[in-house]
Design a protein around this ligand. Sequence first.
Ligand SMILES: Cc1cc2nc3c(=O)[nH]c(=O)nc-3n(C[C@H](O)[C@H](O)[C@H](O)COP(=O)(O)OP(=O)(O)OC[C@H]3O[C@@H](n4cnc5c(N)ncnc54)[C@H](O)[C@@H]3O)c2cc1C
Length: 317
Amino acid sequence: MFKVLVIAESSGDRLSVSTLEVCRAASELSVRLGGHWGMLVDHRAAEDAGVVAPEVSSFDLQGIAYAGPEMLTDIAAQVAKAADLVIMPATSTGKDVMGRLAQTLDAPLAQDCTGFEVIAGRPVFKRALYGGKVTANVKLSGELTLVSFRPRSYAPIPLSDEVTKARPCKVRFSELMAAVTLQEKASSERPDVTEASIVVSGGRGLQGPENWHVLEDLLDALGPDAALACSRPVSDENWRPHSEHVGQTGRAVAPDLYIAVGISGATQHVAGIARSKCILAINKDPAAPIFKVADYGIIGDLFEVVPALAAAIRSGT
Ligand SMILES: Cc1cc2nc3c(=O)[nH]c(=O)nc-3n(C[C@H](O)[C@H](O)[C@H](O)COP(=O)(O)OP(=O)(O)OC[C@H]3O[C@@H](n4cnc5c(N)ncnc54)[C@H](O)[C@@H]3O)c2cc1C
C-alpha cells in the first residue's frame, strides 16, 4: 500500500497553513494511489495535527524551542524510510529540509511543485520552469521519493472534529541536536509572505528603508491577512530582510491580491508573483513593464498614491 508522509511545520502548538495545504495534496495522492497518509509533527502541535491527519507520529524535542532544518532532517530521516513518498511545503525551511533529506537518504527530490497527476499508477508532479512559462512533468523513480509543494498550490485541508491520537515515535537525538541549545524563531504578527492573502511589495522606488512606513500604514489599513514583501535590490541593499524578497531567486507568492509599489516589473521579479490572482501596480512611469502583467494600475507618485489608498480603505470609500 502506498504510504505518503507529511513532515509538518508548526509554530508552537499550531500547524502552519502551508502544512494544511500539503495535507490536502497528501490526502488526494493517497486516494488516487490507493494508499494512506500520515504526518510527522512536533508533539506540541500533535493535537492540531490530529484533527487533520489519519495517522500522526509525534516527536519530542526535549525542551528545545524550535527545530531548525538540521534537526528536522535528522528526525525525518529516521521516520521517512517507512514511507513511499515524503511531502513538505516548499517554504524556506521545507526546501532546506527536503534538500538535506534527499542527500541523507539518497532519494530523488522534486522541489517547488504545484500539483500532480497519476499516470500508469505513478504520481507525476507539475513544476513551473522559466518563470512559469513552461510546466515540466516530473516523474521520480526510487523506493522512496521526496516532493515539496509550493505554498497556496492546494486549499488547506479542513479541520474535523475527530482527533487522532498521536503516536510518539522513537527518534535518536544525535550529537548535533544535543549541541543545539535554543533557537528562537523570529515571531511576527503578520502571516508569512507565502501564506498571506494580500501582499504589499515595495521596490527601489521607495528610495530607502526610512520610507517603509508608507507601506506599513497601507498594510495596517488592509488588516491582519496582509504581509510585506520586496524586490531583490531592496533586500540586497539591506533595506528589508531577505525573507521578504520575492521573485526567481526569492520567495514565490500566490496571494489573492499583490500590490507592487515602486517596482519596475523585471522578468525575474514577475516570475515570483505570476500566480497572484490579482496584481495592482503603483508606479510613476507609465512605460514600466509591471503594467503589462498588472490587472490594475495606478500611474503616479507612490508617496501620494499609497497614503491616499490607505485613507480610502480606512474610510471604506
Ligand atoms: C539572475 C538574476 C536573478 C534575479 N532575481 C530577482 C528576484 O528574485 N526578484 C527581484 O525582484 N529581482 C531579481 N533580479 C533583479 C531584477 O532584474 C531587477 O533588477 C529588480 O527586480 C528591480 O527591482 P525594482 O523594480 O525594485 O527596482 P527598479 O528596476 O530600479 O525599479 C524601480 C521602479 O520604481 C519606480 N519609481 C521610482 N520612484 C517612484 C515613485 N516616487 N512613485 C512611483 N514609482 C516610482 C520606477 O519608475 C521604477 O519602475 C534578478 C536579476 C538577475 C540577473
